[in-house]
Design a protein around this ligand. Structure first.
Ligand SMILES: Cc1cc2nc3c(=O)[nH]c(=O)nc-3n(C[C@H](O)[C@H](O)[C@H](O)COP(=O)(O)O)c2cc1C
Length: 163
């Protein structure tokens, strides 16, 4: 059976909470849900499927704790591993909605990982996101717990089926 690890960065606890909700859906134990602030990129070695989550801060920036972690992870070969991305944002930041998810994708695209879990984002109203691939589909699961928390659980359930 494939082993799944969830790694998240979260400033006010929203993405942390979502990481645990995703974990429940996927049957991932708490011991396999890691805050990147207190983890090392080498911790991913244990897992076949990496579920990586970030919120977006500033004007489209990666959540702070991800900075060092992604610098390390982007240097590691992830060949043979699958990577699924998720993120929390705010659609009223309409030019940079969940941009950090796009940043994770960009930074990991040369690691040999297979990306899974591209998911519709057209349910939100925003103008631009670097996570958006066009045609209303993003590189991963985008959530807006600020304006549309009522949409999140069903989106999490549907997304989990794809992984
Ligand atoms: C100062 C500030 C800047 C933000 N910038 C963005 C942004 O550029 N894009 C976006 O989608 N969300 C943005 N957000 C919204 C956060 O990503 C959102 O509140 C998220 O749920 C926080 O998750 P966390 O508690 O896990 O860090 C911003 C929020 C604040 C307070």
């Amino acid at each position: 059976m494939k082993k799944t690890g969830i790694f998240y960065g979260s400033t006010t606890g929203t993405t942390e909470d979502v990481a645990h909700r995703i974990g429940k859906c996927l049957g991932v134990e708490d011991a396999d849900i890691h805050n990147v602030a207190s983890s090392s990129p080498s911790d991913v070695a244990d897992y076949d499927l990496l579920v990586l989550g970030t919120s977006t801060w500033g004007a489209g920036d990666l959540q702070d704790d991800w900075e060092d972690f992604i610098a390390g992870l982007s240097q590691v070969s992830l060949k043979g591993k699958k990577v699924a991305l998720f993120g929390c944002g705010d659609e009223t930041m309409a030019d940079t909605f969940c941009n950090a998810v796009g940043t994770l994708h960009e930074r990991l695209k040369d690691t040999g990982a297979e990306f899974v879990g591209a998911f519709p984002d057209g349910v939100y109203e925003f103008d631009s996101s670097s996570a958006d691939q066009g045609d209303g589909v993003a590189v991963g699961l985008l959530l807006d717990e600020v304006n549309h928390p009522e949409l999140s659980d069903s989106r999490i359930r549907e997304w989990a089926q794809l992984l």
